[in-house]
Design a protein around this ligand. Structure first.
Ligand code: FRU
Length: 533
């Protein structure tokens, strides 16, 4: 009898609890959470973000068996930087990503800092077999105890291998494989198969220079040379290099390209990635002479002049038939990355991009554009052939026609004069993110000074970001990839790129252009609505 009563009482209690839960659900649905919860407001529609917690640099990217793998610096227990793990995500097209379980955990030797991975097709390491080639990763061990004790050897390089396409990893028993105890900053190894000199190559950042290593088996590494002291930008520590040969577009000439991230010292403050073009004889990298002049004149040449593209590197094991150089960067900046106003997660990656090496009048430049796979997500296209812009302000599109939080916009500008051309995304809360061309003072810009929440950092929106013109022009093509909280602007087929993030109080609603004096023409305006459902 007692038992039955107890059961009835419990059932009643359950009913009351369920009813009150239902009521509270009903109540909260009156509030439009979508409009007011930061989590919904700020999480990108299509740029990769971790489900939860902290993320920085992309790591260990390789392609194998139909999947692009992306690992990333990850601290799963907090939304700020901490003991580093390698998080993992996979994609069949570098546009939409599926997060997988954490791939590599820190251990008694240290945190797992940035690094790379290669597919060892010939099983040179002996970790796998020809039938099941091992994937070999190299990362930096960062030892926090040695760091605290100011002892030598804080950073060394370790390797790990995977026999199941990068899902789980076994650390090599004889780690570390490379040490340099006297070097305090000695990290971020990027490996490549050098098919020209038939060797495994590795480049890492060592203070104010890079060091190149060669290997036959991915386990024993020989120091080949170093590069970079007093060359290029040195406003901060060198990090996350990448090194590979590239064919000059439209020719059979090839050059070696070195990507090099630097923090601080970027062209608009904080973190950014510069590049170098030259020749490599299998041991030593020598800067191209005309390129050397260019970087002295331009104070460095940068993959991206915006403030939010850092530590970017390329995918390994892309097939020869594909032949692309595919790149992705971390879409943030150490100046404020740990303070941006997201709650469950922090930071996203840039759109995956294809890099090209172009040569014009003996000047080498790296261009980048979003990967072509993005086209598969175009749900609707709005086109306007020729628009002669006479008014001071012209609205080009608004939310009655498209969702402005997932767009790929392309157009050509013609008849540009000494004027300022400003393209802006705005919302009813007077938040504006704008980009454009200042032909009076010869620079491209992004202006996020009124883009929404700026309260988290003094430097986030202190001034506009600028990219210098490389030559004069009166016509230029422009492409803009817009997500909820980022814009990536590509000028002149990606020769000059600017990427920045922003945190509007509600999604952007209109896209407009302003100019000061002269009329000009927008040709072939193509507004692609993207859809990822
Ligand atoms: C670059 C970087 C790397 C390092 C990693 C640590 O953003 O500082 O040099 O390996 O982040 O998370």
């Amino acid at each position: 009898m007692k038992k039955v009563l107890k059961k009835e009482f419990l059932e009643l209690l359950l009913c009351v609890v369920t009813l009150s839960m239902l009521l509270s659900c009903k109540q909260s649905s009156l509030i439009d959470k979508k409009e007011y919860s930061n989590e919904e407001l700020y999480r990108p529609n299509f740029h990769f973000t971790p489900k939860k917690a902290w993320m920085n640099d992309p790591n260990g990217m390789f392609y194998y068996n139909g999947y692009y793998h992306l690992y990333f610096q990850h601290y799963p227990d907090s939304t700020v930087w901490g003991p580093m793990h390698w998080g993992h995500a996979i994609s069949t097209d570098m546009v939409t990503w599926t997060e997988k379980p954490i791939a590599i955990y820190p251990d008694e030797k240290g945190y797992i800092f940035s690094g790379s991975a290669v597919v060892d097709l010939q099983n040179t390491s002996g970790f796998g077999s020809l039938k099941n080639p091992p994937i070999v990763a190299m990362f930096t061990y960062h030892n926090p105890e040695k760091e605290k004790a100011k002892a030598p050897g804080v950073q060394s390089q370790g390797i790990a291998y995977s026999l199941n396409e990068g899902l789980t990893w076994t650390k090599y028993k004889s780690n570390p494989v490379i040490e340099f105890p006297s070097m305090k900053d000695f990290r971020d190894p990027k490996m490549t198969w050098d098919n020209i000199h038939k060797q495994w190559l590795m480049v890492l950042a060592a203070g104010d220079k890079t060091m190149f290593y060669g290997s036959k088996n991915l386990k024993d590494w020989e120091l080949l040379s170093d590069f970079g002291k007093n060359i290029g930008a040195h406003g901060g520590v060198w990090e996350c290099p990448d090194f590979f040969p590239m064919l000059v577009e439209g020719s059979d000439e090839y050059k070696w390209v070195l990507l090099l991230s630097i923090n601080p010292g970027g062209p608009n403050g904080g973190s950014a990635t510069q590049y170098f073009v030259g020749d490599f004889d299998g041991k030593t990298f020598k800067l191209d002479e005309s390129f050397s002049k260019d970087i002295n004149q331009q104070k460095g040449l940068w993959i991206d002049y915006g403030r939010d593209n850092y530590a970017g590197v390329t995918w390994s094991n892309i097939s020869e038939t594909d032949g692309r150089k595919l790149f992705m960067g971390w879409m943030s900046n150490w100046n404020y990355a740990q303070k941006v106003p997201t709650q469950k997660w922090r930071s996203s990656m840039t759109m995956a991009r294809e890099l090209k090496l172009i040569k014009e009048d003996n000047h080498y430049r790296i261009s980048s554009l979003p990967v072509r796979e993005l086209q598969n997500y175009v749900a609707k296209t709005i086109k306007k052939e020729t628009l002669i812009i006479k008014d001071k302000k012209t609205v080009l599109i608004d939310k009655s026609l498209v969702d402005l939080t997932k767009l790929d916009i392309q157009f050509t500008l013609k008849n540009l004069k000494k004027d300022v051309y400003t393209f802006s995304f705005s919302n009813g809360f007077k938040n504006t993110i704008s980009f454009g061309i200042n032909k009076k003072e010869n620079y491209f810009f992004i202006d996020r000074r009124e883009s929404g929440d700026l309260s988290f950092s003094d430097v986030f929106a202190k001034q506009i970001s600028k990219a210098p013109f490389t030559k004069d022009f009166d016509k230029i093509d422009v492409r803009v990839i817009v997500d909820k909280t980022s814009i990536e602007v590509f000028y002149n087929n990606g020769e000059t790129v600017m990427t920045e993030i922003f945190f509007p109080e509600k999604p952007m609603e209109t896209f407009a252009v302003t100019k000061e004096n002269f009329e000009f023409t927008i040709e072939n305006l193509t507004i692609n609505q993207l859809n990822f459902n």
